[in-house]
Design a protein around this ligand. Structure first.
Ligand code: KIV
Ligand code: NA
Length: 262
């Protein structure tokens, strides 16, 4: 039961062993996901929507990701932990990217960073990798581009996305997220590039899959994208538990003598 490493990702692609990834933002849940045997935990800037309640990821700061990545990486005994570089923590310059990625590795026990963008981020990915900071790429629907996209939509510019994925692989990234691209395009890219593809809304041919924790656990009622299969309805579980507690407090059924000190 040794820890997952960066080289495992390349080996798993060769072997055809699928890679499981979930997002995590804090210690207790990260420990449970690790116990369950998840291969990789992503401290996603999706915390902007899932945890902070914003409607985009744009406001998430590097300090916030470091804070959450430290807790998640401390919980993980086996899973590889990857932390997102948030908006404007790597786009300014390659120096800035190395400083931001370096902070993640120096201040938390995470093993890699993820950043969004293909061809236009190739030199930045290369600089991080040269500085010994492993990088996971992310192309297709890149949520930090939401203002340019004008919303969250399936990305269908096949030639551009293929070139982006190739550029990420050529720059030394160890894996790449394909978000909201047609399944046939994701299959083509998965066959074309040497690094594992991790899909979200990208079909079954990818080398691995990732879901946002809050989506797969049913914690947010108003967000149900078609690709986010719900493995639990924790929203209902939590609401019911809270309602029973409130009722017991009001009726005086809680606490009992056994739940009190003499
Ligand atoms: O922030 C995030 O959760 C992500 C995944 C959806 C890939 O980037
Ligand atoms: Na992200």
């Amino acid at each position: 039961n040794r820890s997952v490493t960066i080289p495992d990702f390349a080996a798993w692609k060769t072997e055809g062993r699928k890679i499981s990834v979930l997002t995590a933002y804090e210690f207790s849940i990260a420990r449970l996901l690790d116990d369950a045997g998840i291969d990789c935990l992503l401290v996603g800037d999706s915390m902007g929507t899932a945890v902070q309640g914003h409607d985009t990821t744009l406001g998430v700061t590097l300090d916030q990701i470091v804070y959450h990545a430290e807790m998640v990486a401390r919980a993980a005994k086996r899973a590889l932990v990857v932390a997102d570089l948030p908006f404007l923590s790597y786009q300014v310059s390659r120096r800035q990217a190395i400083r931001s990625g370096g902070r993640m590795l120096k201040e938390t026990r995470c093993q890699a960073v993820k950043l969004e963008g293909g061809t236009r981020m190739a030199a930045t990915i290369r600089s991080l990798v040269d500085a010994e900071i492993p990088v996971m790429g992310h192309v297709g629907l890149t949520p930090q581009s939401v203002r340019r996209f004008g919303g969250y939509k399936v990305q269908r510019q096949a030639d551009a996305i293929r070139a982006d994925a190739q550029a990420v692989a050529d720059s030394g990234a160890f894996a790449i997220v394909l978000e909201c691209v047609p399944a046939e395009l994701a299959a083509t890219i998965t066959a074309e590039i040497p690094i594992p593809t991790i899909g979200i809304g990208a079909g079954a041919a990818c080398d691995g899959q990732v879901l946002v924790l809050h989506d797969m656990l049913g914690l947010l009622d108003d967000f149900r994208p078609r690709f986010a299969r719900r493995y639990a309805e924790l929203g209902d579980v939590i609401r019911n538990a809270a309602a029973r507690y409130i009722k017991d407090v009001e009726s005086g059924d809680f606490p009992t003598e056994g739940e009190s000190f003499r």
